[in-house]
Design a protein around this ligand. Structure first.
Ligand SMILES: Cc1cc2nc3c(=O)[nH]c(=O)nc-3n(C[C@H](O)[C@H](O)[C@H](O)COP(=O)(O)OP(=O)(O)OC[C@H]3O[C@@H](n4cnc5c(N)ncnc54)[C@H](O)[C@@H]3O)c2cc1C
Ligand code: SF4
Length: 426
């Protein structure tokens, strides 16, 4: 896996390549509306003041700027970067992370100017990226914000990202800065059973940002013998082994499980994937980690059953094939794969059902399904603006989560058969 931050020389040479495009395609592609064109122009002066000002620009648009810098996939700003027409896109997320790390190394960043209280209270349920983003926007509008978090730490699903990619201290750095934005209090280890009830407790509005807290099931015999990716990534030490590990699933989360198992000493790690290897929705970087770590991928294979035999796990697998676009099992191809010390299941996650109510707004993965940190923070910002509009009638800018254009919406944006529909603010 690559090192965490660009060196100073790499940072400067990446910034030198920026074309400072007047139309800022990189900003338009950013779900959080952050402007690489501007923060690179600013940081390029290469002084302490320049880095600090650039950090301020990043965090104003995206309060989770350093987390996103380390984890954003190449599908947003980098995909839009004009430099790709000359050679390769600027490594914008890496530049962003390096600028923030540098600026913070000079000392704590200056807190934004205090905003007068507007006398209203908002509850934010969930301290993942969406809840953190919503709390940041609401505090800057003068609300008293109380964040309720079911676990003992902020960060949500981002806490499961291995330290080699996102050390927990980076989540803390972004959260410490958000806490300077205004009146934010937090109650950890406080699970909210029904967010709508918070309105009866005197809150003027509620943001629900609870993510997808349940691991998806495969519905196969013996699946309770497998460990879920959530349990595995929360405490990989507990499952440390020098034996063989099977990972069921072929997405980015399965890759994190496979790489972590290999780093933790497993002799062999094998991913079982129902589709073809090119169908796996992975970035080039994620594919290269699998190669670096020599993780095996057994594709076009479905696991039918898991059994425990003499203290190890046996998988029963069958081959799959495409019938048109439909994937089906090939009859009579079942084989036994014995000897796994652990079987890790990483086939997705599921949200709880929503309870709709006025001034209760859903944000992040629980609202639009599994996504990325930057999309969750953008959704949290939009939800905060939407709630502010519902409470005060003032319509704020919001960035459409689909097209990334500014919609001035108070409602949602949907795409039906490829056509985007913005429900206008009433
Ligand atoms: C292993 C893994 C790797 C990932 N890698 C990347 C990556 O490289 N790049 C990237 O951009 N994204 C990545 N993601 C996705 C990213 O982490 C999520 O999209 C993002 O965290 C979603 O944010 P959220 O705030 O909507 O939900 P979550 O992050 O799930 O946060 C929800 C929070 O709500 C809390 N909660 C739930 N129910 C309640 C309740 N009833 N009361 C109180 N609190 C509650 C939870 O404890 C949690 O803290 C990864 C995810 C995983 C699991
Ligand atoms: S699109 Fe790329 S080259 Fe153009 S301003 Fe943004 S980062 Fe620089």
């Amino acid at each position: 896996m690559k090192k965490l931050y660009l060196t100073t020389a790499q940072l400067k040479s990446e910034m030198q390549r920026c074309l400072y495009c007047a139309e800022k395609p990189c900003m338009k592609a950013c779900p959080a509306n952050c402007s690489p064109a501007d923060f690179i122009t600013t940081a390029k002066a290469d002084t302490q003041e320049a880095y600090t000002r650039a950090a301020g620009l990043i965090l104003k648009a995206n309060p989770l700027g350093q987390m996103c810098g380390l984890t954003c996939p190449d599908q947003f700003c980098m995909k839009a970067c004009s430099r790709q027409h000359l050679d390769v896109p600027i490594k914008i997320p890496a530049v962003q992370a390096a600028i923030l790390e540098k600026a913070r190394s000079f000392g704590p960043l200056e807190a934004p100017e205090k905003v007068a209280s507007n006398g209203r209270n908002i509850a934010v349920v969930g301290a993942g990226p969406a809840g953190m983003g919503a709390a940041a926007v609401l505090a800057r509008k003068g609300y008293s914000v109380t964040v309720f978090e079911g676990s003992g730490k902020v960060g949500g699903a981002a806490k499961l990202i291995p330290d080699a990619r996102l050390p927990y201290e980076v989540i803390e750095k972004d959260w410490e800065y958000i806490k300077t934005f205004g009146d934010i209090t937090w109650q950890m280890n406080h699970r909210v059973a029904n967010p709508v009830d918070l309105l009866k407790d005197g809150y003027d509005g509620v943001i629900v940002a609870v993510g997808e807290p349940h691991s998806a099931k495969m519905g196969i015999p013996g699946e309770s013998l497998a460990v879920s990716f959530m349990d595995y990534l929360t405490d990989p030490e507990k499952y440390k082994t020098t034996g063989y590990v099977a990972v069921l699933g072929g997405g980015a989360v399965a890759v994190d499980c496979a790489v972590t198992a290999k780093d933790n000493g497993a002799e062999n790690v094998e991913m079982f994937v129902r589709r073809r290897i090119p169908d796996m929705k992975l970035t080039a970087e994620e594919r290269s980690w699998l190669l670096d770590k020599m993780v095996d991928i057994t594709s076009m294979t479905r696991v039918e059953k898991i059994e425990e035999i003499d203290g190890t796990y046996t998988l029963y697998t069958c081959k799959t094939r495409f019938n048109g676009t439909k994937l089906e099992d090939i009859p009579d191809t079942t084989i036994k794969r014995p000897g796994f010390a652990h079987v890790i299941m990483a086939v997705g996650s599921i949200a709880d059902p929503k309870t709709e109510a006025e001034k209760v707004i859903y944000a992040g993965d629980c609202s639009h399904g599994g996504s990325t940190i930057v999309e969750a923070v953008a959704s949290g910002k939009n939800a905060a603006n939407e709630l502010h509009a519902a409470i005060t009638g003032e319509i704020e800018e919001a960035v459409c989560p689909v097209s990334r254009i500014v919609t001035y919406k108070a409602k949602s944006c949907t795409v039906v058969e490829g056509v985007e529909k913005h429900e206008p603010a009433s």
